[in-house]
Design a protein around this ligand. Structure first.
Ligand code: FES
Length: 101
């Protein structure tokens, strides 16, 4: 199963393929805010993908629209609730002062 690692804390968890980054955060006991409940209606689950971008599901129109509102938008930005992991390990950085403890 693919692994998801959260930075800066470095916590790693194995997930079933098809799990979202938000699912992985739950599994890893990492605090990834998700104010809208995971329906791509906010940007609180915004993360940067440092490795394994090719493992993730394609960005849909709704995610694409919302990402434009994310602080610190980067080419590797994804919404954690929308990005689903396939079979390659992923390294995720949680932006700003949100710490993956
Ligand atoms: S939790 Fe709101 S967009 Fe992901």
């Amino acid at each position: 199963m693919p692994k998801v690692t959260f930075l800066p804390g470095g916590r790693t968890v194995e997930v079933r393929p098809g799990s979202s980054i938000l699912d992985a955060a739950w599994e890893a006991d990492v605090d990834l805010p998700h104010n809208c409940g995971g329906v791509a209606a906010c940007t609180t689950c915004h993360v940067w993908i440092e490795a394994g971008l090719e493992s993730l599901s394609a960005i849909g129109d709704r995610e694409d629209d919302k990402l434009d509102e994310a602080a610190g938008l980067a080419p590797s930005s994804r919404l954690g609730c929308q990005a689903r992991v396939s079979d390659v390990d992923v390294v995720v950085r949680i932006p700003g002062n949100r710490i993956a403890s």
